[in-house]
Write a protein that binds this ligand. Structure first.
Ligand SMILES: C[S@@+](CC[C@H](N)C(=O)[O-])C[C@H]1O[C@@H](n2cnc3c(N)ncnc32)[C@H](O)[C@@H]1O
Length: 218
């Protein structure tokens, strides 16, 4: 019998190395807990990892949202598209440190109810005002002075969400949008709009393949 080639005999080792690297990175994505709330959120997120099945952001992107809030010392945050609350938990966790609060909007009642439960379990309910309703109506009706917006709902409406919020963002405030690597004409139109906007500086954060754009108000 012919012995396996070196390429194939090294394959299990390469797989093991990749798994170790992946686990190391996954651990590194969680911030060090500094107080009881941190420990509670962290325990919830670790127990729940692998259980997010409702189009929720991956951990890498959750950590990016957490960092964005802390970097800007943001306090007043809006999320469009709660689902069952993974990204909201990361944003609200950072807001628990800046003394802020998150308003998050979801149209689907089951997901909204599940999110409320998750917020309680994570110990973050007091930092989150979860609203059940159509963001097409609720977002334009919001009053001003926002620091941070995370847009993660219906892709074809992204540009409308942006135009509804652009004048309500404080100077230095950030409009972050998820799934911008999607090859949809609506997302491309949204990207063209934000990149050409004189009032905003737009860049991108490297996280999951989904992609996150970040547009800062000048
Ligand atoms: C990609 S998921 C959000 C995932 C969530 N940000 C997370 O990471 O946990 C998009 C959510 O937006 C909600 N959605 C879609 N259109 C909406 C609308 N017009 N108003 C409010 N929510 C909407 C969907 O029901 C869905 O739960």
């Amino acid at each position: 019998m012919k012995p396996p080639s070196l390429k194939y005999s090294l394959a299990p080792l390469a797989l093991l190395a990749a798994m170790l690297l992946f686990c190391g990175n996954a651990r590194a994505q969680y911030p060090e807990p500094k107080n009881d709330l941190d420990k509670r959120v962290l325990t919830f997120l670790q127990n729940q990892s692998g259980e997010w099945k409702d189009m929720n952001v991956p951990v890498t992107d959750g950590r990016i949202l957490y960092d964005l809030v802390l970097e800007g010392n943001y306090r007043k945050a809006l999320e469009i598209g709660t689902s069952t609350g993974h990204s909201a938990i990361w944003i609200a966790w950072a807001l628990s440190k800046t003394g802020g609060k998150l308003v998050t909007i979801e149209i689907d009642k089951q997901r909204y109810l599940q999110a409320l439960q998750n917020f309680r379990k994570a110990g973050l309910s007091e930092h989150i005002d979860a609203r059940l309703g159509d963001a097409h109506e609720l977002v334009p009706a919001l009053a001003g002075n926002w620091d941070f917006v995370f847009c993660d709902a219906d892709k074809y409406w992204y540009k409308n969400y942006f135009t509804a919020m652009e004048g309500k963002l404080n100077k230095g405030g950030c409009f972050a949008a998820h799934n911008i690597n999607t090859r949809s004409p609506d997302i491309r139109e949204f990207l063209r709009y934000i990149q050409a906007h004189n009032g905003f500086t737009t860049g991108f954060r490297t996280g999951s393949r989904a992609g996150i754009s970040v547009s800062y108000r000048k």
